[in-house]
Design a protein around this ligand. Structure first.
Ligand code: NAD
Length: 455
């Protein structure tokens, strides 16, 4: 493939075609990154911090522009896209404090002084998916740059436009040439080359479990560090003692946000049997009330799916004889529209319960008691996110501790705050992003012992 054709998901028009990066161009970018990184790492921490703040300011001035690009390229509703661009700014601002806070430790030892240093790894490859193109990119590049690394970012084939604009903003704000480069192109070409390139010392990957598994295997060949943020099939556990009205009213937003193309989507609603009928009665109008349509309309809550191929994949999980309890509305087309859909499969072994569909499709299953709720929640091979609805806070904490998942919320569907760690158990990933420790994940720890005793 020599070029990428970018399609507007809400009307299927061609936005543009852009050249796809080759292996040779990838190697040249890595070579530039190696040079830029050495100079960047030598800068005083305060100067790196100031440069990061200028980059954040440049993003702040481009929030509307970035949001408009994401609406066209990814079909995100404009309100969401504005939030995403603002989030990138906030993540940059947050990590701009990190260069001056990469504290090492002084450890008591006999015969001398022992200190640790956190040194940059070098060149980091950040490989991102198409569902939240700019926010997920920032979770990789902001802490990596703050820790003194250079970044080569490979955005997803369908959605490179906001990442490309961010790289321009980095340059315009004064970040050195070569320090943050974005290479649009194919995963099997650019992504693969970054994973095997000896001068790329770490891969921060977000995407499907299948690709993450392949990357981890390949990275093993040259003992390369990897962080993997992978798929999810999170549970939304609703106990009979919860505020059922609130649980039902918010459940659609826990799963249909970003058209269900959200790794944290609570796509398995588990409801205590004694309130199952009442919950379904409340859920139906909530699902039908989700506003699906024109992404440029500020009132829109859900846009289209990202592509025709992805639409076909999602649709394959809802054949004509699927156990549809009820559905919301969606425009006819053109565009890759899919209505919010609620399924009631008869068995937890059904593939709609086990697979990550990554569209606006949710399954609802009943459970008898707390033990069965935990067992069902943990029956997934994924473990990224989840919610627990109950008025009994002890139960909320007990069940949170029992569910094998990296991010849980009680009486809320919140998953991501850039100030707190984020990542998955089991097939949902390896390592954590965000929070105060993220820059340390982009460093090597060096220990130095200085003898103080005459020997
Ligand atoms: P994907 O795995 O198909 O692609 C992700 C990226 O990997 C793309 O940039 C792609 O070009 C690249 N890639 C593909 N093959 C490669 C290879 N052989 N070597 C190197 N790079 C390669 O995923 P997707 O379809 O873009 O994204 C959806 C998936 O991402 C879902 O499973 C979703 O759950 C997951 N996701 C996870 C998180 C998280 O934080 N855990 C966040 C968002 C999305």
């Amino acid at each position: 493939m020599t070029e990428l054709t970018l399609i507007n998901p809400s009307d299927e028009t061609v936005i543009s075609t852009i050249p796809a990066t080759t292996v040779e161009e990838t190697d040249a970018a890595v070579a530039r990154a190696v040079v830029a990184q050495r100079a960047w790492a030598r800068l005083a921490p305060l100067d790196r911090a100031k440069a990061m703040r200028r980059f954040a300011d440049a993003v702040d001035g481009a929030v509307e522009e970035l949001a408009a690009l994401e609406v066209r390229n990814s079909g995100h509703p404009i309100g969401n896209a504005r939030w995403e661009a603002g989030h990138v700014r906030d993540v940059l601002e947050y990590y701009s404090a990190a260069p001056e806070r990469l504290f090492g430790r002084q450890i008591p030892v006999a015969g001398g002084l022992d200190v640790t240093f956190h040194e940059p790894i070098g060149v980091v490859g950040v490989i991102t998916p198409w569902n939240f193109p700019m926010t997920i990119a920032s979770w990789g590049f902001a802490p990596a740059l703050a820790a003194g690394n250079a970044v080569v970012l490979k955005p997803a084939e369908w959605t490179p436009l906001t990442s490309l604009r961010l790289a321009e903003l980095a340059l315009e704000s004064g970040l050195p040439e070569g320090l943050f480069q974005v290479l649009p192109g194919e995963g099997r070409v650019v992504g693969d080359r970054l994973v095997e390139h000896p001068d790329v010392r770490k891969i921060a990957f977000t995407g499907s479990t299948a690709t993450g598994t392949a990357i981890m295997a390949k990275a093993a060949a040259n003992v390369k560090q990897v962080t993997l943020e992978l798929g999810g099939k999170s549970a939304n556990v609703v106990f009979a003692d919860s505020d059922l009205e609130k649980a039902a009213a918010t459940a659609p937003y826990g799963v249909f946000d970003n058209s269900g193309q959200d790794c944290c989507a609570r796509t398995r609603i588990l409801v205590q049997r004694s309130v199952y009928e009442r919950f379904m009665g409340l859920l139906e109008p909530a699902v039908q009330g989700v506003r699906v349509g024109d992404p440029n309309d500020a009132a829109t809550e859900m846009g289209p799916l990202v592509s025709r191929a992805h639409h076909n994949k999602v649709a394959s999980y809802v054949p004509d004889d699927a156990p549809v309890a009820f559905r919301g509305a969606a425009p006819d087309g053109p565009g890759f529209w899919f209505p919010p859909t609620v399924l009631t499969p008869s068995s937890p072994a059904d593939r709609t319960v086990t697979d990550e569909i990554f569209g606006p499709v949710v399954v609802v299953l009943p459970f008898e008691d707390e033990a069965e709720a935990i067992e069902l929640a943990n029956s997934s091979r994924f473990g990224l996110s989840g919610s627990i609805w109950t008025r009994d806070l002890s139960r909320g904490i007990r069940v949170s501790r029992a569910i094998e998942s990296g991010n849980l919320s009680v009486n809320s569907h919140s998953s991501v705050r850039y100030t707190t760690p984020f990542g998955g158990y089991k097939h949902s990933g390896v390592g954590r992003e965000l929070g105060p420790d993220a820059p340390f994940a982009f460093t090597e720890t060096k220990n130095v012992f200085i003898a103080t005793e005459e020997s």
